[in-house]
Design a protein around this ligand. Structure first.
Ligand SMILES: [Zn+2]
Length: 158
């Protein structure tokens, strides 16, 4: 009897630990700042943007590594990034983009267990690269305003 009880506890703890992982994940359970989503992908605004309209683009699948992406998902993600570039070009007219993936803590990933791409529009008259990467920049636009502007042109992503 006592053994059974202990087994139950073990199972409960395991399900708690595994569910907690994805519950905390901002891509599996986004609280806000969602620009667009389908069954396969999700686009959210980076809460700590390097620049206004800094987007995070992720597969819906909670996977950690780029090499684990299936062919189908690779294509969907790349297509989504391409459409997102078009969206940002229309709404913000940036002069360039950084498109990138940080895999692992050593590479600077802040969310390490759910793969995502950064799409950062670059503008004229920005501060230098070091100011941006050190995270000390002042962002001149509220996240809610960015979201509103992008959502009015969300058709580009479809
Ligand atoms: Zn996730």
């Amino acid at each position: 009897m006592e053994k059974k009880f202990r087994d139950y506890k073990f199972i409960d703890k395991m399900s708690y630990v595994t569910s907690k992982k994805t519950e905390k994940c901002i891509f599996c359970n986004p609280l806000d700042l969602v620009l667009f989503e389908t069954d396969d992908i999700i686009i959210i605004l980076n809460k700590y943007p390097y620049n206004p309209a800094h987007l995070l683009i992720a597969p819906k699948k909670h996977i950690e590594k780029f090499e684990d992406l299936a062919d189908k998902d690779l294509l969907i993600i790349m297509k989504t990034i391409q459409k997102s570039v078009k969206l940002l070009e229309k709404v913000y007219s940036p002069v360039g983009f950084n498109i990138g993936l940080n895999q692992g803590k050593a590479a600077g990933a802040s969310i390490i267990n759910h793969l995502h791409f950064h799409l950062v529009p670059r503008y004229e008259n920005e501060l230098g690269f070091m100011d941006i990467t050190s995270g000390t920049r002042m962002i001149v636009e509220k996240l809610e305003d960015t979201l509103k502007k992008l959502k009015t042109n969300v058709n580009i992503l479809k």
